[in-house]
Design a protein around this ligand. Sequence first.
Ligand code: ZN
Length: 362
Amino acid sequence: MILWLIACQFSMDTAPEPTPRSPDAPPTVALITIDTWRADHFSDDLTPNIWALAALGERYEHAFSPMGLTTPAHASMLTGLAPWENGAWANNHHGYGMDAKALTLPDRYPGWESAAFVSAYPAGPVGGLSRGWGVFDGPESGERDGSVAVERALKWLPSDRPALLWVHVYEPHGPYEGNGQTERERYAEEVSLADSIVAPLIRELKARNATIVITSDHGEVLDEERCSYQHERSISDHVLKVPMVRWMPGIEPKVISDWVGLTDVPALLGGGRIPERPNWVAQSGMCESDCAPGCSPAGLRGRDTVAMDEAGRWVERPGRGRFSVGTPGAGVTDLIDAVPEMPQPMDPATEHAKSLGYISTE
Ligand SMILES: [Zn+2]
């Protein structure tokens, strides 16, 4: 992985600068998602290429995911709806996916060329994330190097037509590879690697005067919690808080402290101003009582629901009831009450996933 990074750095340094396009060229809108990227691992040191873009555009300090699972979080970015509103309650290999009626990102750009290049099975077509894209390219099982997605995206980008692009990079997701002595060090290396992988794409998109949003589907628990190096069993900020950046021509550079969420991604890509959110509601991906004491039943149905504002959070934990941390507003609990009960899986996608050789829980 490190040898590859050196090779990548070399090719980036020697690659020709993209040719700037005229302002009246057909528009490009692009979403880049770095899987499993924690908000506190977004910095000039660790992720210099994305940080440099953020310095020229908007950096959202308080952006949240609705769930630490890849399929639901990406479905929220594509639809602007929470998982319990768009049907993607859990990962595709759990047997859940987007409702056929949910409008997805390409539906907002009729007549545009569109393409998605993803790097792991949970972001793949089973579960509905491929719906509406003119081109959808991803591995049929497991994961692949993010460089493949970036190279194919650069090759695909049309110059004479409006273009909508989604590129997904999976490097920071476990298991972490690298030279570091600890898991934490190797995780940071993977985050840096993801930043270097998307650098040529950022340069090309910027030269095209594209509207660019870069974010993550969820963060990661490192060594801070009872269950470490995972994301599906936690509702902490380590998992729910994600980096978010927007750049487009003429944008006023600023750091934005208003709360936003992954459901705001379609509006951000559309160039709109995001109204401030006073609160956010999210769920854990699943219950494991060793990780969340008292949760029951084990698995997807015992997941926690959390509603939070700046003063604190309310947690509804099946098997233990509702409790608060800090002093959240009483009205925040209405958000928990509005989340419907989880339905049964749609179909035997789990068996399908097994048949493809995908055996991870994420
Ligand atoms: Zn993910």
